[in-house]
Design a protein around this ligand. Structure first.
Ligand code: NI
Length: 208
């Protein structure tokens, strides 16, 4: 009897130790809500990020980046049209930056890719892209397509349950804007918290 009790106690001690170790080792928790997410860290310029992709344009036709964006510098951003904060703020900011850009702004393209394709139909994305008083290429696709393109750009995206949100879910996504030169090569990012002068400077460089 005593032996059984002793074994039992040692078993409990071992369990507690394992539990404590698990607590120490678990990754830092990330709270939901994109504002708290770190911007995408796609790595240093020159890294093979991006590359050709095919999605669906606002008119329902296939959008082939290799053709449509050939020779054009562009900024690409991932989000969803129901986004309450980061997406509208970022797109409005890009629109304002383009207006300040002046020279080179004609070639410069702003690309918005929905990572909520279940709700964001081509039409929905197209209508949303029109809200910013500047031409924005709104794109969507199948779930597999948008996930692939987000992955290609090292952009985090995930559907998250949220009873308070429309349809009971929201979409967490990376908040960084990725910049590509005329040659289609990744040149850098504009972070969410970045001030205007360096952001504008980056756009000047890719559109020069
Ligand atoms: Ni958003």
């Amino acid at each position: 009897m005593l032996r059984t009790v002793r074994l039992l106690i040692w078993g409990l001690v071992a369990l507690a130790a394992v539990g404590f170790a698990a607590l120490l080792l678990r990754p830092a928790s990330v709270s939901p809500g994109e504002a708290s997410l770190a911007p995408a860290q796609p790595g240093a310029p020159g890294i093979a990020l991006g590359g050709p992709f095919t999605l669906t344009a606002a008119d329902g036709q296939p959008f082939n980046s290799a053709q449509a964006l050939a020779g054009k510098p562009y900024a690409i951003f991932f989000g969803f049209t129901n986004c309450p904060d980061v997406c509208p703020t970022t797109l409005a900011r890009l629109a304002a930056l383009r207006q300040k850009l002046g020279q080179g702004s004609d070639a410069f393209q702003i690309v918005f890719v929905s990572v909520d394709p279940e709700r964001d139909t081509p039409e929905a994305v197209g209508n949303y892209a029109k809200l910013f008083d500047t031409p924005i290429i709104g794109l969507t696709g199948t779930r597999a397509q948008v996930e692939q393109v987000a992955k290609q750009h090292a952009v985090y995206q995930a559907r998250v349950k949220d009873p308070a949100a429309p349809d009971g879910y929201t979409v967490d996504h990376g908040a960084a804007v990725l910049l590509f030169g005329r040659d289609g090569k990744f040149v850098g990012t504009i972070a969410q918290e970045e001030s205007e002068p360096p952001a504008l400077d980056k756009l000047r460089r890719i559109t020069a």
